[in-house]
Design a protein around this ligand. Structure first.
Ligand SMILES: C[S@@+](CC[C@H](N)C(=O)[O-])C[C@H]1O[C@@H](n2cnc3c(N)ncnc32)[C@H](O)[C@@H]1O
Length: 278
């Protein structure tokens, strides 16, 4: 900063470079805010082809399943593991014995619950490709308490009031019908049971600008290179931008009569943990 300032006759002069840098930063901020506003509330699908969001999401995760775990670790620099751990630590307060992990994917959130010693964990997902990777992990690690099944969040194959906790990590953003999925989660929870949802949110301030630029440039580039799916890691930031976060998401949960709805922002707001009781 000192290079940008000079002193002349007791008055501080600010150099042209400083104003140029400031103007570029403000312009970038306006572009990011404008792009985010434009996309918010729209239904974002992975591919520019026919087919429902659900069909396209399933196809996309089948395509990238073989690289999903690697890309998660690589693109988040391992921070995603800490987010799941933090959520499970919060879940421990509720002492859940029977847990449903919706949109379980390759099973990482389900596996993380073993730290709090549940009796039974069921993971469901619409992508057989993701489930296959998860099942292999469970067998390789000799895990007996977790079962992974094909299932749709918007039409859960379980009785009313059958779980102490329902958890979802980075899944709700992909639902075709968010409210239907959240209503189904509440239906299968026991009275007093907890819904815990981990989802990306949008960091604000200068970090938000840097993060948004990373999301629009490096993230799709690495994603395309390693997963072989051109659209998947372009869809990720677009679906985050379109997703209702913070108070807006909590209002949806409250509208479905969840009690004690709360959220906690992690890592400058890149990720949020939402909780609500039945
Ligand atoms: C980003 S992955 C998250 C996987 C895992 N929960 C994790 O923490 O890594 C999102 C998953 O949501 C699944 N999904 C999307 N829509 C779904 C739905 N309607 N019902 C069940 N799973 C769904 C996808 O197939 C995908 O495996």
């Amino acid at each position: 900063m000192s290079a940008c300032f000079g002193r002349m006759g007791g008055a501080t002069l600010v150099s042209k470079d400083y104003f140029l840098t400031l103007n570029i930063n403000i312009a970038l901020l306006i572009i990011v805010i404008f792009a985010t506003q434009k996309i918010m509330g729209t239904k974002v699908k992975p591919y520019q082809t026919e087919g429902s969001k659900k069909e396209q999401v399933q196809q996309m995760f089948d395509n990238i399943a073989h690289r999903y775990d690697f890309l998660n670790r690589f693109l988040s620099m391992g921070i995603d593991i800490g987010w799941r751990k933090k959520a499970i630590k919060m879940l421990a307060e509720h002492k859940p014995k029977r847990i449903l992990d919706v949109a379980t994917g390759t099973g990482d959130f389900a596996i993380a619950t073993l730290a709090i010693d549940p009796e039974e964990v069921i993971g469901i997902d619409i992508s057989e490709g993701m489930l296959d990777v998860g099942r292999k992990k469970i067998i390789d690690q000799g895990i007996k308490k977790i079962r992974l099944e094909n299932g749709d969040s918007e039409n859960l194959q379980f009785e009313d009031a059958s779980f102490d906790a329902v958890i979802v990590a980075f899944g709700v953003r992909n639902f075709e019908n968010l409210e239907k999925g959240l209503a189904e989660i509440k239906r299968v929870l026991k009275p007093g049971g907890v819904a815990m949802i981990l989802e990306f949110s949008k960091p604000t301030g200068l970090f938000g600008v840097i993060f948004s630029i990373y999301n629009k440039t490096l993230l799709p580039l690495w994603g395309k290179l390693f997963s072989g799916d051109n659209a998947a890691y372009k869809y990720l930031p677009e679906s985050v931008a379109a997703f209702p976060e913070g108070d807006e998401f909590k209002d949806i949960m409250k509208g479905l009569s969840y009690n004690k709805v709360a959220d906690r922002r992690l890592t400058f707001g890149i990720c949020s943990i939402y909780t609500g009781l039945k």
